[in-house]
Design a protein around this ligand. Structure first.
Ligand SMILES: Cc1cc2nc3c(=O)[nH]c(=O)nc-3n(C[C@H](O)[C@H](O)[C@H](O)COP(=O)(O)O)c2cc1C
Ligand SMILES: [Fe+2]
Ligand SMILES: [Fe+2]
Length: 394
């Protein structure tokens, strides 16, 4: 637990989880994750911006007391987003400190009960653009739906220009220091990219809408709820978000993913990589059994062509490829991208299943999808040649 002044009267209350291995039980955390909360201290009231997970309740309470003295001054707990990584502790805080009201979007106020038992008279629902006076300081609430749930909003501290953005602009990785100019920024930007690909990417259109909405505002600090606070590199993180959210991948970049149990499919994948390079692509290759899809999704943000080479397994698609396809579908990753498929099998071709999944994820899938024998015969080789012709046309 540590705390720090963000600007005069605004404090960072951070809980670092260095033990968690998977965020959302899905995404690897090699260096943990931070849950950033903030205290905004006005003359009449203190507002907390988001809180902490349930298991860090006591650490969080200690952190708040460290910066504001005691909880009697805290009148509001702003819930920018209801996900339990920010609010697992909130029902306990409300129970313990019966004077605190939660401030949420109208949409959040409609489903807060499905996650937390908060009495209706403790909820103060705000509309887009509403303000809250803390005495000499005013918070403004800016709806930013789907970053990353339907109810999400930003909170903006007028005058100081601090944008509390919750998940948006967040990064994996626990924090020792907090500001972008104090940490290893390149590392956190890599983790911000992976976080974006895993958590936010499905909602690219909403990211662009939110960026448009805050465009004219004076933003001096971006204070997300995970990862570093930006004060020296605001333009950079905004620009990266614009780039990641706009599907304009480099037409010469390919991502090749393959699975292989005994090496035959790997040899086909190596041949494909060579061909793609000959055609003029830069190729990033991943063995799906070795690289977690979290990292593959992040790499895919920059690629135009996704090439999938995999074996049939128990009558279906090789499991780790299947898992990747599910994620691509659930995150609509194919928009603006092209895919190609080669299946290797002993007796049961399955490329159609993969083509369907890729199309559902939004990819334009090149013809032909190739069904090759484990050791490709002449027919399969001819089919692959045709596929490479289609790739050349891109
Ligand atoms: C456990 C296992 C299950 C398999 N299931 C099927 C199957 O259902 N249908 C099929 O045509 N081939 C099946 N195969 C054969 C593989 O798809 C084929 O041999 C492929 O070329 C394996 O590639 P690899 O050498 O890269 O592992 C199976 C292979 C293994 C090891
Ligand atoms: Fe979230
Ligand atoms: Fe979060």
């Amino acid at each position: 637990m540590s705390s720090k002044t963000v600007v005069d009267g605004v404090y960072w209350i951070s809980v670092n989880d260095r033990n968690k291995k998977l965020f959302e039980a899905l995404w690897p955390l090699p260096n943990g994750i931070s849950y950033n909360s903030y205290a905004v201290v006005g003359n009449d009231a203190v507002a907390l911006i988001d809180a902490a997970p349930e298991e860090f309740l006591q650490d969080y309470i200690n952190g708040v007391e460290e910066v504001v003295g005691d909880f009697s001054k805290v009148k509001y707990l702003v819930m920018n987003h209801l996900e339990p990584d920010h609010h697992g502790a909130t029902p306990y805080i409300l129970q313990k400190f019966s004077h605190i009201k939660v401030v949420t979007s109208v949409s959040a106020s409609r489903f807060i009960h499905s996650l937390y038992k908060v009495p209706a008279d403790r909820i103060f629902a705000v509309k887009d653009g509403d303000t809250l006076d803390l005495g000499g300081r005013r918070l403004r609430f800016i709806y930013a739906p789907w970053l990353h749930w339907p109810e999400t909003m930003f909170t903006y501290l007028e005058g100081s220009g601090v944008l509390f953005s919750c998940d948006a602009f967040g990064a994996y990785g626990a924090l020792e220091n907090v500001f972008d100019d104090e940490v290893d920024l390149e590392y956190y930007l890599t983790e911000a990219k992976r976080y974006y690909a895993n958590i936010v990417a499905k909602y690219g259109k909403n990211v662009l809408d939110a960026l448009e909405k805050v465009k004219g505002m004076e933003i001096k600090i971006i204070a997300p709820s995970h990862g570093p606070i930006y004060r020296s590199n605001i333009g950079r993180i905004l620009e990266l978000y614009r780039k990641w959210a706009t599907p304009e991948p480099d037409k010469h970049r390919a991502l090749l993913v393959y699975g292989s149990m005994y090496g035959r499919t790997k040899r086909i994948a190596e041949l494909v990589a060579g061909k793609l390079r000959e055609i003029g692509f830069s190729v990033n290759t991943f063995d799906v059994s070795e690289t977690h899809p979290s990292y593959i999704l992040a790499e895919l943000l920059d690629a135009y062509l996704l090439f999938v080479v995999y074996p049939t397994y128990e009558g279906g698609v090789f499991p780790y490829i299947h898992n990747l396809l599910n994620l691509l579908q659930s995150k609509d990753f194919g928009k603006g991208r092209v895919a190609a498929v080669i299946n290797a099998h002993a007796w049961a071709p399955t490329s159609r299943q993969v083509v369907d999944a890729l199309q559902k994820a939004g990819f334009r899938v090149l013809e032909p999808a190739v069904d090759a024998k484990a050791l490709p015969d002449e027919k399969a080789i001819a089919s692959m040649e045709k596929l490479f012709e289609a790739v050349k046309e891109l």
